[in-house]
Design a protein around this ligand. Structure first.
Ligand code: G3H
Ligand code: 13P
Ligand code: ZN
Length: 304
C-alpha cells in the first residue's frame, strides 16, 4: 500500500488531487472508505478537533483502523485544522497518518514557530504535516475570519522553506461552509500559479472546496430547511485546479453535511411509520457515498 508521501507524489506526477473528506460519525466514515474502494482511488479521512470532541480520539482511530482493514486502495487518517502542538501530538501518538497544523490566524513568525515544532515531532514518527498560510473567510472550526486574506506567494515560499512542511494550504478565495464568496472575493487562480512558480512541484491543499449543489439546497429548503443564498465553488473551476495545478488535496465537509441533512429530511417525511434509525442512516450513508464518489472523479479530472 502506498504511503501518504507516495500518494502525494503520484498526484503531482499524474495531475490529479485526492479528496479529503470530513467524517463525523460511523456512517460518514463508512461512506468515505467505501467510495474510495469503489472508485479505486486513495482517500483521506479527515477529522476536525470538534469532531474529535464528539467521537473521541481513540474511538475515531479504532473506527478508522477497523474499517480500513483489508482495503485494496489507500486510506489515510488526517487531523483537520489542528490548532495547537498538543492536539497534533495527540493525533500523531494515536496513530494518525497526517496532521494539519493551522497557525493561519497567528502572525507569520508565530505560525512558522508553531508549525516547525509540529514538523519536528511528526517527522520523527513518519507523519505527514500540512501547514496553512493565508486565512480563509468564513467559519473555520474555531477560526472565524470576516475577511478573506489571500495568501501572499512570497510568504508561502518562505513559510514552506522555514517550516519544511510536507504540503501547504493556501487561501485563494474559497471559504468554509455553505455561503462562499459572500464578501465578493474571487477564486484567484493567478495566485495559485504564482505560488507554483515559486514552489515548483510542491503539494498544495485547497480548503473550502464544497460546490454546494443547488439541487441539494432546494431539497433541504422544500422540506423545512432554511438555507438562503447558499453558494459553493464552481465545479469546472475546481476540476481545472486539480488538473492543471499542483493541488494534491481538496477538502470537502459541507457537501457531505448537506446531502446527509437532505436525505434525513426526505426519508423522515416519506417514511412516517418507520422507527428504525438504521433505515434513515443507511439512506443517508448512500447519499454521502454517492457525493463522495462524484468528488473523487471530479478531482481526478473526470466529470460525470
Ligand atoms: O474546516 C472546517 C471543517 O468544516 C470542520 O468543521 O469543526 O464543525 O467539524 P467542524
Ligand atoms: P467546505 O466547508 O467547503 O466543505 O470545506 C471543508 C474544509 O476545508 C475542511 O477543512
Ligand atoms: Zn478547512
Amino acid at each position: 500500500m502506498d504511503s501518504i508521501y507516495v500518494s502525494f507524489e503520484k498526484c503531482l506526477k499524474k495531475h490529479y488531487a485526492m479528496g479529503a473528506f470530513n467524517f463525523f460519525n460511523l456512517e460518514s466514515l463508512q461512506a468515505i472508505l467505501q467510495a474510495g474502494e469503489e472508485c479505486k482511488m486513495p482517500v483521506i479521512c479527515s477529522i476536525s478537533e470538534s469532531a474529535i470532541q464528539y467521537i473521541g480520539l481513540n474511538t475515531a482511530v479504532m473506527m478508522f483502523e477497523t474499517l480500513s482493514q483489508n482495503k485494496k486502495y489507500p486510506a489515510y487518517l488526517h487531523l483537520d485544522h489542528g490548532r495547537s502542538y498538543e492536539i497534533c501530538k495527540k493525533a500523531i501518538d494515536a496513530g494518525f497518518d497526517s496532521v494539519m497544523i493551522d497557525g493561519s490566524s497567528l502572525s507569520f513568525d508565530e505560525n512558522v514557530k508553531l508549525t516547525k515544532k509540529v514538523v519536528n515531532y511528526a517527522n520523527k514518527q513518519g507523519v505527514f504535516v500540512e501547514g496553512e498560510i493565508g486565512v480563509l473567510a468564513g467559519n473555520e472550526d474555531n477560526v472565524n475570519n470576516l475577511e478573506s486574506r489571500y495568501s501572499n506567494p512570497e510568504e508561502v515560499k518562505k513559510f514552506v522553506e522555514l517550516t519544511k512542511v510536507d504540503s501547504v494550504a493556501v487561501a485563494i478565495g474559497t471559504s468554509h461552509g455553505a455561503y462562499k464568496f459572500k464578501y465578493d472575493q474571487k477564486l484567484r487562480i493567478d495566485i495559485l500559479s504564482e505560488i507554483e512558480k515559486l514552489l515548483p512541484k510542491f503539494p498544495i491543499v485547497l480548503h473550502g472546496a464544497s460546490t454546494v449543489d443547488k439541487k441539494t439546497i432546494k431539497q433541504i429548503n422544500i422540506r423545512g430547511g432554511k438555507l438562503k443564498n447558499a453558494k459553493g465553488v464552481d465545479k469546472n473551476e475546481l476540476m481545472i485546479i486539480c488538473k492543471d495545478h499542483n493541488v494534491c488535496k481538496v477538502n470537502v465537509d459541507t457537501d457531505i453535511r448537506l446531502v446527509f441533512i437532505a436525505s434525513l429530511r426526505q426519508t423522515l417525511r416519506s417514511s412516517p411509520k418507520e422507527i428504525n434509525p438504521r433505515y434513515f442512516l443507511s439512506e443517508a450513508k448512500e447519499s454521502m457515498k454517492t457525493i463522495i464518489a462524484e468528488k473523487i472523479f471530479l478531482f481526478k479530472g473526470l466529470k460525470n
